[in-house]
Design a protein. Structure first.
Length: 202
């Protein structure tokens, strides 16, 4: 009996999180209210607190759902690949694809500053970036990238990835091309032989 009640509560919470995602996508995270979420599932604000602790709790649950989708997509893209840089590239591609194709993904990217300010959601973002940092460190150990600060490099990468959905439009080129260029710049930088020659002459 207790197990059945727990299952009902879990299913109800899933409905609430799904409704919260819809409300957040429609009104934005800042403007959305718990009352609006409650209306979608037929609960008062007071009844909603039986299932969720706060609006921040719901934001964290929605974010966790989006990040899980990115992880699943990255696994699909990776296939049997074991090369750390290729795995990192697949994670980057999955991140941008979900951010562009999913309304909730676009919402998270457009609200990334607000999401990063909350301790709970900031921790979720850090945990999401952790595999990328580990892959960079593995690539360093293999000698395929130079010795760099993997934390700073990871933040640089995700900063670039989060900017793409804000400005990308199909008429500006294929998403595949944009991702390939972004990856190349991240991996090799922008300075070529001519720039290196000039810097040594000054």
């Amino acid at each position: 009996m207790a197990a059945r009640k727990t299952l009902r509560q879990e299913l109800r919470r899933e409905q609430i999180v799904e409704a919260a995602g819809q409300v957040f996508a429609e009104y934005g995270i800042t403007a959305a209210t718990l009352e609006q979420v409650g209306e979608r599932v037929g609960l008062s604000k007071a009844s909603l607190y039986y299932y969720v602790a706060s609006k921040d709790d719901l934001v964290a649950s929605v974010l966790a759902s989006v990040l899980a989708s990115i992880d699943r997509r990255a696994d699909e893209l990776a296939g049997d690949t074991t090369d750390p840089l290729e795995l990192l590239k697949m994670r980057a591609q999955a991140h941008v694809e979900i951010a562009i194709e999913s309304p909730l993904g676009r919402l998270i990217v457009s609200s990334i500053d607000a999401v990063s300010d909350n301790p709970t959601t900031a921790r979720l973002l850090r945990d999401h970036e952790e595999p990328a940092r580990q892959l960079l460190q593995t690539a360093q150990e293999h000698g395929t990238v130079r010795d760099i600060d993997a934390v700073n490099a990871t933040k640089l990468l995700y900063g670039a990835l989060n900017s793409i959905p804000r400005w990308y439009r199909p008429e500006s080129g294929s998403l595949t091309s944009v991702l390939e260029q972004t990856w190349t710049i991240f991996l090799h930088g922008v300075a070529g032989p001519r720039a290196e020659t000039r810097s040594t002459q000054t």
